[in-house]
Design a protein around this ligand. Structure first.
Ligand code: CP
Length: 305
């Protein structure tokens, strides 16, 4: 089966088809007519880290498609006590029809996919968050329609969410401005690949350390937490390093008047974003979070049906 480890393994057409399918499945679901495309199928969902959106949306998504989602915390599996990824991949392939995994290490997920004969879906690794990016693009599509030529500003930590977002936005031909503090820039190799994709599709990609420049004339402003799971020890340093990167009224005054604010959540109000912005009229965060469900169903139907 086909895996979804990073959108870099997908073509522009495949990404566009997933967005279209997600939009169709959302409309069908709202009308009470979600097709049972995965009847009798079981998705195993392995988590090494906490999750609200990814866990619930995959589980509900499987149910809506007629199948089952089975939650497994990695610490309860033998893999949490040292059973090899190799053996785990082979064994789970005998029971399940697909695996969704949230793991610390992208390399581990790649290894799992190599040894599993069933599709493996990345539910967040240290490098990528492809399912989040599909929900982000679906949300922009719903609000703005045509995405080509829009300016999206990602302001904050050049992390896994940023990586997948710039790849997805590049396929859509958007003009992408990434602004991070010095030392928090996104992965260079991913930026080079995403820049090439953006240029091929009539867009552009620019990385800087200037949040104001990124926000100017933006149609979409996106941020993520400054301190997340596993970063508690460096929290004080990170808060100091990111202090000029808050999305607040002063910053968004530089964006277009009908800009969209997006955040993958969970959010820390008054850290990376002011309450006025995240709870203001330009915020689409809950539509974006709901869209995880429909984007997930498109991915599941595409790799498992
Ligand atoms: N955005 C996101 O992945 O949320 P969870 O960590 O709650 O799954």
């Amino acid at each position: 089966g086909k895996d979804l480890l990073t959108l870099l393994d997908y073509s522009k057409e495949e990404v566009s088809e997933l967005i279209q399918l997600a939009d169709d499945l959302k409309k069908l679901t709202k009308a009470g007519k979600c097709p049972p495309l995965l009847e009798g199928k079981t998705l195993g969902m392995i988590f090494e880290k906490h999750s609200t959106r990814t866990r619930i949306s995959f589980e509900v998504g499987m149910k809506q498609l007629g199948g089952n989602g089975m939650f497994m915390h990695a610490r309860d599996l033998q893999i949490g006590r040292g059973e090899s990824v190799h053996d785990t991949g082979h064994v789970l392939s005998g029971y399940l029809d697909g695996i969704m995994i949230r793991a610390n290490s992208h390399e581990m997920v790649k290894e799992l996919a190599e040894h599993a004969s069933i599709p493996v879906i990345n539910g967040l690794t240290d490098m990528y968050h492809p399912c989040q990016a599909l929900a982000d693009i679906l949300t922009i599509y719903e609000v703005k329609g045509n995405m080509k030529g829009l300016k999206i500003a990602y302001i904050g930590d050049g992390n896994n969410v940023a990586h997948s977002l710039v790849i997805a936005a590049a396929y859509m031909g958007m003009h992408i401005a990434v602004a991070t503090p010095i030392g928090y820039e996104p992965n260079d190799e991913i930026i080079q690949k995403a820049t090439a994709i953006a240029l091929e599709n009539g867009g552009s990609l620019y990385v800087s350390n200037d949040p104001l420049e990124a926000a100017v004339n933006a149609d979409v402003i996106y941020t993520d937490v400054w301190t997340s799971m596993g970063q508690e020890e460096e929290a004080a340093k990170r808060l100091a390093d990111f202090k000029n990167f808050q999305i607040n009224d002063e910053l968004v005054a530089n964006a277009k008047s009908d800009y969209m604010f997006l955040h993958c959540l969970p959010a820390h109000r008054e850290e990376e974003v002011s309450t006025s912005v995240i709870d203001g009229p330009n915020s689409y965060i809950f539509q974006q979070a709901e869209n995880r469900l429909h984007a997930q169903k498109a991915v599941l139907a595409s790799v498992m049906a």
